[in-house]
Design a protein around this ligand. Sequence first.
Ligand code: FPP
Ligand code: MG
Length: 298
Amino acid sequence: MLSAVERKIEQFISDLNDKEVTALYAKLPHGKRLRAKLILKIAGNTLSVVKTAAIVEMIHAASLLHDDVIDDAYTRRNKPSLNALYGNKTAIMLGDILYSKGFLELNNISPEVAKIVSNAVVQLSLGELKDVSLSKAFHLDKEIYLHMIYQKTASLMEAAAGAAALLAGKDKRAYMTYGRNLGIAFQMIDDILDITMDAQTLGKPALHDFEEGKTTLPYIYLYEAMKEDERVKLQSLHRKKLSDEEAEWIKVKMQEYGIIQKSFLEAKVLVEEAITLMNERGESALSGIAMAMIERDF
Ligand code: FPP
Ligand code: MG
C-alpha cells in the first residue's frame, strides 16, 4: 500500500497550490520508502497511518535535501541531486517546505505521535550538526560515532516505528528498539558501502565520506588495526581529494585487516536483535525487512 502514501504526499504538496513546488517535488527520486514501509507493516493502512507515513517520508526527504547541500553532494540515487540541478537555495527551500508542511499535518494525527516524531527531528538535526563538527578533525571515538549515527539516522526510524505502534495500540518499546537497531545498522552499512561500492553502483562518488572528513566505523577500526607508519599515512589522507592510488591503498588496507567484515558483523548483530524481537511477536514482514538489509553483497 505504498502507493497510498505516494498519493498522500502528492495531495499534501498540491494543497500548497504552488506550481513550482509541485514541479520540483516531481524531480525528487522517491527512494526505498523504508520508513513508510515500517509504519504500514506495523500499523496497517488506516488514514492516520498513511498520513503519518507520508509525513515521515516528507521529513526524511527534507533532511536529505539539506544533507546534500551540507555534504556538497551532486548525485543522489544515481541522479543529479536537487542542489546540483537548481542550486543550494532552491534545495534548502524545498526542504523547508516539505518539512514545515509535514509538521503542519502532524498536528492532525495525535499529540503523542506529534511528540515522538518532532522529538526525532530535533535529534536528527543535532546528529547532522555533530556529523559536520566531527568531520573537521580525524576522530577515533567509536561511542561518539555510534551516538551521532543514532541521532542522525536511527532516531527517525525509531520514531516511525514508535508512532506506528502507538497508532496500532502495540507495545511501543519493542518497536522502537527494532527501528533504532535497524537505523543504526542502516547507517553503518551506508558507511561501509561508501568504501566497497564503485561510484556507479553507489549512485554517488566512492570514498566521498573520508574526503569530506568523516571517520566512519570502518576508518575507526582500520586505524586501530594499523601499524604506526600506516596510521600516519591514513591520517595524512584524511579530508583531502584522494588520487586513484590513494583510494586504492585505503581499499586494500580495509580488505587486508578484515575491516569491512568486522564492521558488517557489528551491523548484523543489531539487525539480528531486531529480527528476534519481531519474530517473538509474529511480525514476519518486519523481520523480512530487517533481513533484506543484511542479505546483500559487500
Ligand atoms: C544522511 O547522512 C543524513 C541524514 C540521515 C540526516 C540529515 C539531517 C538534517 C540535514 C537535519 C535537518 C532536518 C530537516 C528535517 C530539515 P549521510 O550524509 O551519511 O548519508 P548519505 O550517504 O545518504 O548522504
Ligand atoms: Mg550525505
